[in-house]
Design a protein around this ligand. Sequence first.
Ligand SMILES: Cc1cc2nc3c(=O)[nH]c(=O)nc-3n(C[C@H](O)[C@H](O)[C@H](O)COP(=O)(O)OP(=O)(O)OC[C@H]3O[C@@H](n4cnc5c(N)ncnc54)[C@H](O)[C@@H]3O)c2cc1C
Length: 401
Amino acid sequence: MPSDEALQNLDLYQLDDLLTQSQRDHRDRVRTWVESKAAPLLPTAYEDDGFPKELIQQMAPLGVFGTTIRGYGCPGLDALTYGLMMQELEAGDSALRTCASVQGALAMSAIAIFGSEQQKDHWLPELAKGQQLGCFGLTEPNHGSDPGSMETSAQRQGDQWILNGAKTWIGHATFADIAVIWAKVQKDSADKNHNAAAIRGFLVPTNTEGFSTTKIQGKLSLRASVTGEIQLTNCAIDASSILPGAEGLDGPLTCLDQARYGIAFGVVGAAQSCFKQARTHALERFQFGKPLARFQLVQAKLADMATKITQAQVTCLRLSQLKEEGRATTVQISLAKRANVEIALDVARQARDLLGGSGILNENQVMRHLCNLESVRTYEGTHDIHTLILGRSLTNISAFR
Ligand SMILES: Cc1cc2nc3c(=O)[nH]c(=O)nc-3n(C[C@H](O)[C@H](O)[C@H](O)COP(=O)(O)OP(=O)(O)OC[C@H]3O[C@@H](n4cnc5c(N)ncnc54)[C@H](O)[C@@H]3O)c2cc1C
């Protein structure tokens, strides 16, 4: 019989024993913060369709922004600690993990991996402290799964780049201070240092003239996270705002790998939270004179949920080892993102069912997790796109087009 603690946070394979004390401490600090400070605000944030921005300053000292980035005032922690932190954030709401993913895995990673020393010195310390906020503009109205066909353009004019185009579905777009914008450098741009046809990344301060945003209204998923559109109209930025190290689609895809890794862990947190609620409900709710947990059909649902979560946890642990050794491949990360989001969705759906009518209440979380996970299934590469990534590696045949 597993201990109460192992059941409470669902650790049937005693994976906790494999963590260092530091990893446990970081995870537990985020867990305590989510439970005590964030969770009380989340149901209302979800109803109000907005992110409680006051949380950002509280999140930064936990080390959740740019967790694995070393130097430049960033936490510099290991890959498993990063994953465990994302797990705890998403146990509260996918919006919390999304906040850390957009800021750390997308915006900060782009700068840390591809930026100049001057860009890193300027942006990373403030972003790590949550004093500046970043967003990551890759998706366009006409190009989601196929960002390589993007239309946003960058044209070199003297000491400036002129950006034109539109981005959509961009997390934090409406309140970010800096946007990492991916754009195609036009062929007539006379920048002899760069391949003129390539996709390049640009650091665009959001107060630049010609940069405007609109909040996307009417979302029925991830409502506690703000998502927006970005319009770039003759947006002129300094020539030094280009990310020197990123050329081609590999630039944004490298950042997506970092975020997808965090999602693979994060959704385990959402699933654990759903399981916890379902198990408690099954033990406390009586029907036909007995607790729900007494019925075999209910036990079968709990057994399914626990098995799937354990599989997802084991996948994450091994992935973290590969990542720490610098060996995690895009395919391995895709596999984990795809499989674990699907597991979390299944678990959330079963938990929703087990809670009966009360399962649709916002305050009981499971429906909120279920709705959120539909977005998580779509962003950072849809389920299908990850299927194609896996399919290509299994057959050596690309079925993308
Ligand atoms: C809440 C939210 C936040 C987001 N945040 C960001 C962000 O911060 N920055 C950013 O740049 N983007 C962001 N996105 C965008 C996200 O990455 C895209 O929504 C995603 O890539 C899918 O693109 P699309 O919505 O245009 O769908 P489409 O690409 O049009 O896909 C529609 C359907 O067609 C399928 N499909 C597409 N191509 C193929 C194919 N070749 N074979 C088989 N099936 C295919 C897809 O799997 C999907 O089921 C966010 C999205 C959401 C919902």
